[in-house]
Design a binder for this molecule. Sequence first.
Ligand code: 3LM
Length: 398
Amino acid sequence: MRVNQPGAEYGRSTQAIHAGYDRDPATGALAVPIYQTSTFVFSSVAEGAKRFAGEESGYIYSRLGNPTVHVLEQKVAALEKAEAALAFASGMAAVSAVLLGLVRTGDYILCSKGLYGCTYGLLRLLRERFGVDYSLCHMKDEQEVIHSLQPNTRIIYVETPVNPTMELVDLRMIAKVGKERGIYTVVDNTFMSPYLQRPIELGCDLVIHSATKYIGGHGDVVAGIAAGPQKLMDEIRMTTQKDMGGILAPMDAYLLIRGLKTLGVRMDRHCENAQKVAEFLCAHPKVAQVFYPGLPGFPQYELAKKQMDGFGGCLSFELKGGLDAGIRMMNRLSLCKRAVSLGDVDTLIQHPASMTHSIVPAEERRKMGITDGLIRLSVGIEDVEDLIGDLEQALTFA
Ligand code: 3LM
């Protein structure tokens, strides 16, 4: 398949449409063909042997690489300004392949103060069964990060914004701390997408996505991506991806490639809608607090402007009436759907303490800033007046 790598001078939306693919060499097809095949025929035994030995390029078996999946990987690598990317069966397959690929027993991982519930679950499993320890840290400044490091720290692992509190971590700052000490910096960029934030450009080593979210964008695929230096990606491809096997199916890669074509227009609209919804909620008498990086009163508003190209489509909030009021309100919504996940064109609302972060013990949740009354809203790309109307009528029951 002919590979098209538009130059770095092209904009993000052009890259999202054109990077990684020009046309199908056999037919000229504009859309990427779905290579729905598990295996690839060798023209001779020698050819097969050479491919296995790495002496000749070419496909072998779809767990080791597939042309449709490869186009997706090239596209995300171009968008993230990474040398290479790998696609996985889910965001958690990407997180686990990266973490297990980088750590050894006895290593230590320093994490942002909040993490997606299953990432937290994986870290606990690594601690309990594999002797890899971790701790959570606010990372509010360089000194706090430096003081929280251990001599055996292998990875600084952050979400920014953190799911679901929307707290930010200064990516330039952790990249500097990591670089000076030979510690990998890994950033879960799910909440931003490469359209709004590119951690590798800011000096970090690796990026992870739940591609289920903004990259897919339509709520019809579960997928993950990791992106970073070629050497590290090659290592992960040949170890924890190949041997644990959490690879992406060609049809799902096709859906993500299709989703990426509209990433720019979707993200612009997500940001615009979320800003208006955040401002509406802020002004509502029943709302106690709104957490959205685009609000001038957000404690890290200046950092948001420095490292993000937009404030994103997600926010969280608390009602004055607490959990009970929140439940009453959520149950009255009709347009906003009660569902976990985020980044879909549809607006989704969920209750972290009982849903996405229920695996995190209550005390840890509180330390992360996830109160029992916190509600997370992933603002979709519907007409914003309709979303505000739905929230307004539901809030009368709060
Ligand atoms: C959610 N999050 O609703 P998958 N990293 C981040 C994430 O938010 C997620 C993953 C990784 C949610 C999913 S909860 C049952 C539904 C920041 C997922 C993992 O494996 O693709 O789900 O990604 O917050």
